[in-house]
Design a protein around this ligand. Structure first.
Ligand code: GRG
Length: 292
């Protein structure tokens, strides 16, 4: 049931992304091929799907939320391309395929990331702004989440923390910034596209923060418990790079309990939405139970 929902949503998002992106033949073709290579390499489309489900939970339409959904996926893919570069995590494998720099070279991979970051705002700017939230509010929402106080702040803390002892507080900061902020923003943008009133936006923000943290705790657990083939990226990377993770700071058992606790907190935030949040609720359970 959820599997059908996910596949159908992935198709909707992929079709929209395909329409928003310049064709692979557009000059200079190399950059458009590289952007498309990473964007269509087989990501789960989790952030755009959450964005669309948040819009529906607030009584909105999928069509209207699609530019927001595609914009966050472009930001996410840019961050993965740059994170995989030799000067960052130096990874050869992502979304089950060789990383962008392995196929196109480092220079083009840097530029493909830059171009995806930029096009995210071009796509978002094509959205129809709802009554309560003007275009500047939508653009600011995404810019802040992707900027130096959140997504990039998390990456900086991650880089600077390698090989050092990390406190639980610092670990939470890394996870909130690197992962939960963009995930929360995806959900908020979906709600904003549906013209959600302040209280609903706040409830979904609480949901997003708890879900985003749970997602990263699970990601940390999977890095030590799953194979590279299953994950579509190099497993065991966190340990070899001496990264700060939930299992390394708290142990596996405590990490699983923490993911459970956070998922329960996420569900609690959905209570006021009733049946309208059925998809968000099912997605939260799926993320907790996933094995890839
Ligand atoms: C700004 C360069 C730069 C990096 C920002 C997001 C990030 C920090 C780095 C990417 C690598 C990483 C471990 C991110 C944490 C979030 C995460 C678990 C990403 C993977 O997300 P999935 O599982 O991936 O949704 P798919 O491929 O399915 O989209």
């Amino acid at each position: 049931m959820l599997q059908n929902y996910l596949v159908s949503r992935q198709r909707t998002v992929d079709k929209a992304l395909n329409a928003f992106l310049p064709k692979a033949s557009v000059k200079p073709a190399t950059i458009h091929r590289a952007m498309r290579y990473s964007l269509f390499a087989g990501g789960k489309r989790l952030r755009p799907i959450l964005c669309l489900a948040a819009a529906e939970a607030c009584g909105g339409e999928v069509e209207r939320a699609l530019p927001m959904a595609c914009a966050v996926e472009c930001i996410h893919t840019y961050s993965l391309i740059h994170d995989d570069l030799p000067c960052m995590d130096n990874d050869d494998f992502r979304r089950g395929k060789p990383t962008c720099h392995k196929v196109f070279g480092e220079g083009i991979a840097v530029l493909a990331g830059d171009a995806l970051l930029t096009i995210a705002f071009e796509i978002l700017a094509q959205a129809k702004a709802p009554a309560r939230y003007g275009m500047s509010a939508l653009l600011q929402e995404l810019a802040v989440a992707a900027g130096s106080r959140w997504l990039i702040a998390g990456q900086v803390a991650d880089l600077e923390g390698e090989g050092k002892k990390t406190s639980p507080r610092q670990l939470q900061f890394i996870h909130e910034s690197k992962t939960a902020a963009l995930l929360t923003s995806s959900i908020r943008l979906g709600a904003m596209s549906a013209n959600a009133p302040a209280k609903k936006l706040e409830d979904l923000t609480v949901f997003g923060k708890a879900l985003g943290l749970a997602f990263q705790v699970i990601d940390d657990i999977l890095d030590v418990t799953q194979t590279s083939a299953k994950l579509g990226k190099s497993a065991g990377k966190d340990v070899s790079a001496q990264k700060a993770t939930y299992p390394s700071v708290f142990g596996l058992e405590h990490s699983r309990k923490e993911a459970d606790r956070l998922t329960k907190a996420a569900h609690a935030a959905l209570k006021p939405f009733g049946e309208k949040a059925a998809a968000l609720s099912a997605l939260a359970d799926f993320l907790l139970e996933r094995d890839y």
